[in-house]
Write a protein that binds this ligand. Structure first.
Ligand code: MRU
Length: 339
């Protein structure tokens, strides 16, 4: 996997040889972004089991569930992680029920992880095609954090919508919030879009309001880490402020995410677990100390945007609108009907 902590200064690839190394890479944000975390966890589980030297199915099963626990303990907010682990567990259970050998189960886990990867790319492309419809012909789009190819198996969710609009022939320019404290917008979104030749202007997070007031933003599109049943959406810290600003300035605020990010088991945003990360992410930048010793630090990695601020949720099954409690449940019924 590409080491996202090193971008844009260096393009360095990390080779994980064990499940523990994959779990560490997720926790340390070598890889990040909700769908990418889910794909990495599934591949980490398949890798861990591939490396197992156990021959008995019972011991193999015990090892499997331990590896799943290891992955589940990495980051708490992005539900794609738990969705992917559950999928791997269902795959394991089906293989065991069919009386498969350890080697056959290993193959099945590999295939499932690869399928999760491939489906995520397809979902992003579908989101891009649906999302392009809400992008004006000449659009200045503001996004927060990085919801691009780096954060998914490829193409991106929010950046997928931007890419889809460009592919549909629209003229799109992007404002990327730098996204303190980890700078996913400045470092990663700008890196991806510049490589694609899409005009990108990076702004410090506190500039978004002024930019909107000057009438320079037509649309906001962001990704999501977990969408509750009522549409409340957890995404990178600062997303809520952007949504409030967008409402104040009459700018449509859209969320782009695959169904694997929608968690109907979580009724509303108040029930979404919010990860708090190390204070050093706030106190230091590139090794330099920004904050004096002794100052307290609060570093929540995500916030929740209440559903009334969201114009629509762009998924691989189409765009869902309020009342989300009904439309999101309906999305899964559509999905079940397709299977
Ligand atoms: O802490 P991160 O970098 O993993 O947070 C990522 C985000 O908040 C993204 O916007 C979200 O995961 C959507 S990625 C398609």
């Amino acid at each position: 996997m590409i080491d996202q902590r090193k971008l844009p200064g260096a393009e360095i690839y990390v080779r994980c040889k064990t499940a523990a190394e994959v779990a560490r890479a997720i926790r340390n944000m070598v890889i990040r972004g909700a769908p990418a975390i889910g794909v990495a966890a599934a591949m980490g589980i398949a890798l861990g089991m591939r490396k197992s030297t156990t021959t008995g199915t019972q011991k193999f099963a015990a090892e499997f569930y331990k590896v799943c626990e290891l992955m589940a303990a990495t980051r708490p907010t992005a539900v794609n992680l738990f969705w992917a682990i559950d999928r791997m567990k269902r795959t394991f259970a089906a293989a065991a029920k069919a009386g498969e050998s350890v080697d056959q189960i290993k193959d099945r886990l590999d295939r499932e992880a690869q399928a999760i990867h491939d489906e995520d790319v397809a979902s992003c492309r579908a989101m891009g095609a649906f999302g392009a419809a809400i992008v004006p012909a000449d659009a200045r789009i503001l996004t927060h954090c990085n919801a691009g190819a780096l954060a998914t198996a490829g193409y991106g969710t929010a950046l997928g919508v931007i890419r889809g609009a460009v592919e549909a022939g629209k003229h799109v320019t992007v404002f990327a919030d730098e996204t303190r404290p980890f700078l996913q917008g400045a470092r990663l979104t700008a890196w991806e879009l510049v490589r694609d030749g899409i005009q990108t202007t990076v702004i410090a997070d506190n500039m978004a309001g002024s930019l909107m007031r000057q009438g320079k933003v037509d649309l906001v599109v962001v990704g999501a880490d977990r969408i509750a049943a009522n549409g409340d959406t957890a995404n990178k810290i600062g997303t809520y402020s952007v949504a409030v600003l967008a409402r104040e300035h009459g700018i449509p605020f859209y969320v782009a995410a695959p169904l694997s990010t929608i968690d109907l088991g979580t009724p509303d945003g108040a029930h979404i677990p919010i990860e708090e990360r190390n204070a050093r992410e706030v106190t230091h930048a590139g090794g330099s100390q920004l904050v004096p010793d002794g100052a307290l630090v609060w570093n929540p990695a995500f916030d929740v945007t209440p559903h009334p601020l969201i114009a629509g949720i762009i998924t691989e099954r189409g765009i869902f609108r309020a009342p989300f409690i009904e439309s999101l449940a309906g999305a899964f019924e559509m999905d079940a009907a397709r299977v």
